[in-house]
Design a protein around this ligand. Structure first.
Ligand SMILES: Nc1nc(=O)c2c([nH]1)NC[C@@H]1CN(c3ccc(C(=O)N[C@@H](CCC(=O)O)C(=O)O)cc3)C=[N+]21
Length: 288
């Protein structure tokens, strides 16, 4: 018996098709949403990610604003681009591609982003709103995880979800989404300080593996039929992506998100959704 696939590429394609229609409505009203990216340095991986985001934009009718700075750029130069994008009415939302070069105060840069233009959903104000239950752009990867489960009919309400990892972009905020009344999951968060990781994993109806440790989740630690989402991205010596989930888990789990092809494409779709929703909010205010 083999797990059913939580196909992130298929779900992302369906979401992008829905967003294309919403963008068309906005454009009829004279509003073209625009996604900005700031890329600092010449990391090939980051360049590829950013290029992918702009390809996505073109596909759904969102305008692209690409800003690039050399790896030698200093704090002031980076902050100047952030101020420029905050002020630019053509920019509905934007991201500062991470990581930034060593020596840059990342938190200071991210705090300067206008929370209304925070396409990543990682601004302190928006994370605070998430804690408070107020409307805000949601962090893209966590929202991608929840959306991928929902679209495949995986029961979240009442489920015991074990989240592996406590990183800021994923692990920290996934429990905040899953424990909302609209999701109603019960969440255990485990991390490198957890005494018996396997004992927790075996209790899980849903495992979200976001630790960045290759093949951390082993088949013998997964309850038969559980849903397992592989969010970890490590690379082997050939540069190939290796996830947090051991391939043998496919024989035990009921549902499995592949990596690549799972949560990654969903992250990109959620970024586009944040931009479209920001444009819709702005249009509703302007139009009354
Ligand atoms: N401000 C900021 N926001 C981010 O969201 C952000 C970032 N910085 N820095 C880097 C990480 C990484 N990340 C990925 C998104 C999608 C895929 C993705 O779509 N991956 C494909 C495979 C790769 C491909 O097809 O090109 C997949 O999983 O199937 C991967 C990685 C976003 N990040």
């Amino acid at each position: 018996m083999s797990a059913q696939i939580l196909d992130g590429r298929a779900a992302a394609a369906a979401i992008k098709s829905d967003l294309t229609a919403r963008v068309a409505v906005l454009r009829e009203r004279g509003v073209t949403p625009g996604l900005g990216t700031l890329l600092v340095g010449d990391d090939v991986g980051s360049q590829k990610y950013v290029a992918g985001k702009h390809r996505d934009c073109a596909a759904v009718g969102i305008a692209s604003l690409q800003r690039e700075l050399p790896a030698t750029a200093g704090q002031a130069e980076i902050e100047a681009v952030v101020h420029e994008l905050n002020a630019d009415p053509a920019c509905t939302g934007y991201i500062v591609q991470l990581p930034l070069p060593r020596g840059i105060d990342v938190n200071r840069v991210l705090e300067l982003i206008d929370p209304a233009k925070d396409a990543d959903g990682l601004h302190p104000t928006n994370l605070g709103r998430l804690v408070l239950g107020q409307p805000a752009p949601l962090p893209c990867t966590p929202n991608g995880v929840v959306t991928l489960l929902r679209r495949n009919g995986v029961e979240i309400a009442g489920a015991h979800v074990v989240v592996v990892g406590r990183g800021v972009t994923i692990g920290r905020s996934i429990p905040l989404l899953l424990t909302r009344r609209s999701e109603n999951a019960t969440v255990t968060q485990v991390h490198t300080g957890t005494r018996d990781l396997a004992a927790h994993l075996r209790q899980a109806d849903i495992i979200v593996a976001a630790a960045g440790v290759p093949h951390l989740v082993k088949p013998e630690d997964v309850k038969p039929g559980a849903a397992v989402l592989d969010v970890g991205v490590s690379r082997d010596e050939h540069g190939k992506v290796v996830g947090d989930v051991h391939p043998g888990v496919a024989e035990v789990a009921g549902w499995l998100s592949p990596n690549p092809g799972g949560v990654g494409p969903m992250t990109r779709a959620m970024l586009l959704q944040n931009v479209v929703e920001a444009a819709e909010r702005a249009t509703a205010v302007v139009g009354g």
